[in-house]
Each structure stands twice: as structure tokens, then as C-alpha cells.
Design a protein around this ligand. Structure first.
Ligand SMILES: [Zn+2]
Length: 264
């Protein structure tokens, strides 16, 4: 009988080709209608990898030239008061899509879920995962990060990031992984998803001005990254890693951007 344990090296070796093949029809994360049939392919490694995103297409140029790119290391954050944060997340019936870059979860029908930031309302669009985490602290990365993407009326985005450390099973993550398509595709998740169940008990957050962490890397994101990680089982992290062995953008220079640690 074959050993069922799979080393990270093997995962990288066997999955990269599949991931590359699956990269087609780049989706701007907040707008299905913006998907161009001939949108440039991108990946995390190889010739279309993160180091080259800025050269893949004129519309991706800020990926290489921007001074407000994400993710960054948050270790230099200073205690500060940041714009008020209010989470108006409602449970919703959801679909999970494997889009070749990540697992992305969106409401199956309209949801009123939203986030208030500094008095502005941002409507919830979707959440998705990165392995390992994109944001780092003192160079260290967590094994998983979830991003909830919200869009404001002016077209800018507010994205919350929650980091995962190995520990107990995460029930919401488990329900997503249980039905997630191995290849590209989209399925309904049984029973409503409640994003509040991802939240750590502390409302301490890092705040900074940054970008999308995937092409076109638009510098339109108010980042809210929760300081304290939550837990996911190692088996859950491995299940995601088998599908996406590496879908985290390398750390970007912070160019002296202020990073606030708001203790709420
Ligand atoms: Zn993301």
C-alpha cells in the first residue's frame, strides 16, 4: 500500500503543472463581467510568476512599478488609532469556485453583508484563501490566510485578512474543503456560511494602504489584517495545499508606508 503522506516537495512537483494549465481567463476578483477572454495568463511560479507580472501585460504594469503593493511584512507597525471598523457580516448561502488560482466563496444570491470603514460602506463580494499566508510578521508566514473582499461606492476595496495557525479543525473551512472542486469548477456549499466564525476573539487589526495581491495589482485596497491568528487543522491546511501548493505573492517593499496596529 502506498504511503499516504505527501511531502511538500512532491506537492510542488506534481501540482505546478496542473496549476499552470488551469490558469486561464484571469478574473478580476470583484467583477465577473470584467473577465476578458484574452486576459493574460499569470501564475505564482515560472515565466508567468509573480516576479514577472508587471511585464505580462500593460494593464499589469503597476504590479512591477507600484509603491503601494501588497502583501507586506507587518512587523514595523506602530500602535495607532485607525478608522472605525464595523463588520456587518450576515450568514449566506454560498458557492465555492476553484478558479485555478484559489478557492473563492461568494454568496449564491444577493447578500447584505458589508463592512463599514471610517464611515464608508463596503459591500461584500467574495472571500478566498492563500497558502502560505501573504502577510508576514518579521519574515514569518502562517500556513493559510483568508481574504474577504468588499467594494466601496467609489470603486475602492476594503479587504480583511485573517491568518491561520495549525490547531483545531475549523468548521467553516472544513465545510468548504468538503465540497470544493479539485479542478476548475463551482459548486454549492450545503447550509449557510457565516464569515463571523472565522474571526479571532481579539479585534486588534493592522491597517495599511495597499493593493490587490494578484494581477492587475490595483492600488485601491484598504487592508485590515487581524493581528491574532485563528486555528485550522494541519489536515485541512494540507488539503488546501494539495490543490494550491503555493498561491501567495512574495512580500513587497513597504516604501515607508505607515502601518497602524489598532487595538480596537
Ligand atoms: Zn487574496
Amino acid at each position: 500500500m502506498k504511503d499516504r503522506s505527501v511531502s511538500r516537495r512532491n506537492l510542488l512537483g506534481t501540482m505546478t503543472m496542473g496549476s499552470l494549465a488551469a490558469v486561464a481567463g484571469v478574473a478580476l476578483p470583484w467583477s465577473r463581467s470584467a473577465v476578458a477572454e484574452n486576459a493574460p495568463h499569470w501564475s505564482y511560479e515560472g515565466p508567468e510568476g509573480a516576479a514577472n507580472w508587471g511585464h505580462l501585460s500593460p494593464e499589469f504594469s503597476v504590479c512591477g512599478s507600484g509603491h503601494r503593493q501588497s502583501p507586506i511584512d507587518l512587523a514595523s507597525a506602530g500602535l495607532d488609532v485607525a478608522p472605525d471598523l464595523g463588520l456587518g457580516w450576515q450568514p449566506f448561502d454560498a458557492m465555492v469556485e476553484n478558479n485555478g488560482h484559489t478557492l473563492q466563496v461568494a454568496a449564491a444570491a444577493k447578500t447584505d453583508s458589508a463592512l463599514m470603514l471610517g464611515g464608508q460602506k463596503y459591500a461584500f463580494l467574495q472571500f478566498h484563501f492563500h497558502h502560505p499566508s501573504e502577510h508576514a510578521l518579521g519574515g514569518g508566514r502562517w500556513p493559510l490566510e483568508v481574504h474577504m473582499v468588499h467594494k466601496g461606492e467609489a470603486g475602492d476595496l476594503a479587504v480583511t485578512g485573517i491568518l491561520f495557525r495549525p490547531g483545531r479543525e475549523n468548521d467553516v473551512l472544513g465545510r468548504i474543503l468538503a465540497v470544493a472542486p479539485i479542478g476548475k469548477g463551482k459548486v454549492a456549499i450545503p447550509r449557510a456560511i457565516d464569515m463571523n466564525r472565522f474571526l479571532p476573539s481579539s479585534r486588534a487589526t493592522y491597517r495599511y494602504a495597499g493593493s490587490l495581491t494578484t494581477p492587475p495589482c490595483s492600488e485601491i485596497v484598504s487592508w485590515v489584517v487581524f493581528r491574532d491568528p485563528v486555528e485550522a487543522a494541519i489536515g485541512q491546511i494540507e488539503t488546501f495545499a494539495r490543490m494550491f501548493p503555493m498561491n501567495a505573492r512574495p512580500l513587497q517593499q513597504d516604501f515607508q508606508r505607515g502601518i497602524a496596529l489598532d487595538l480596537f
